[in-house]
Design a protein around this ligand. Sequence first.
Ligand code: FES
Ligand SMILES: [Fe+2]
Length: 371
Amino acid sequence: MYINFWYPVARSDEVTNETPFRTRILGVDFVAFRDTEGNACVLSDTCIHRGGALGAGKIKGDCVECPYHGWQYAADGKCARIPSLGDDEKLPARAKVDSYPVQEKYGIVFAFLGNLPKRERPPLYDIPEYDADDWRANKLVVFEVDYYYERSVENGLDAAHNEFVHPKQGTPGMVQDFRNKPIDVDDIGDWGSKFMLPFVQEKSGEGLLDGQIERRPTDLTAGSGHFGPNVLITWLHLGGENKFHQYFFEAPIDENRTRIFFVNMRHFMLEPAMDQRIIDVNMEIAQEDIDVLTNLNPVRTPETTTKELLVPSDRPVLRYREYLKDWEGKGWRIDLKKLAAMRGDTAVAIPSPARRTTKGWILDEIPMIVD
Ligand code: FES
Ligand SMILES: [Fe+2]
């Protein structure tokens, strides 16, 4: 798991000015709420007084109030009120929690979970067709799965699993052409990579020798890509204007569980009445992946590629892992072993941008892998 990327925190309608929304991402708890102007705010959930869970508290005006002794925190993370101090007493400068940059898009509240200054941050993935009239977005679907998010992203980057995990999908004999040539993987800017593969129509039997397979090209293509560690994109171009673009914004809850925010765009069958049918088919396909991925061993991607036997069709997965190594080299990878050892007696926070410019933070930063 990596800091310094945009993570989906909640559906926009879950974040209100009435009740705080509490959630776990990257193994750490967060609270989200709206101020009186309607801006979404995301803060570290742990009250730095004596460990109250802010997300279990109340919203008071522009602040979230800890349920334990009523300390109130504003959108910038600074404590605005400590009821047990006299009204004219100054609030300690260290009375603050981490506050994270927020963007609201696609019906999702995203937070930048990391400490990079604005100009250095990787962007939030842009869905170019999201507002286009000739495209339709399905209602946002959010679901949770019992496996590590990197296994989920890698599964999306893997064309070779389709005919085994999803045998019911597609036209019989239609396969993606990854066997005869290496897959060309292209970068998406500085933060991701992708591939597109043509489909071929395979035919055997009548008019052909025993075991002989005839392969004919088609105008269908499909591919996928990742952006950052946690965004998976699938492009399905089924000929002409018939296109699906699918976006999976993934939030690792911890090392064993992932919450997936699924935005499905389509360029045909635009009638709203088709929405539910399309979601049903997609969730049926997702369930086929879930059934396989829940049983992978080890649960997390292995530390080195020597502990799995990768073949040429795994090239997009390998490219993803190279990116992850790069981000680890920048010091952005969370040390899960150290984190597990700290649990129970040390509360931690993902460092926010303000930690670069101010001192006096009560909570430890989450431990990172340092090379
Ligand atoms: S623990 Fe939050 S106010 Fe005391
Ligand atoms: Fe799949």
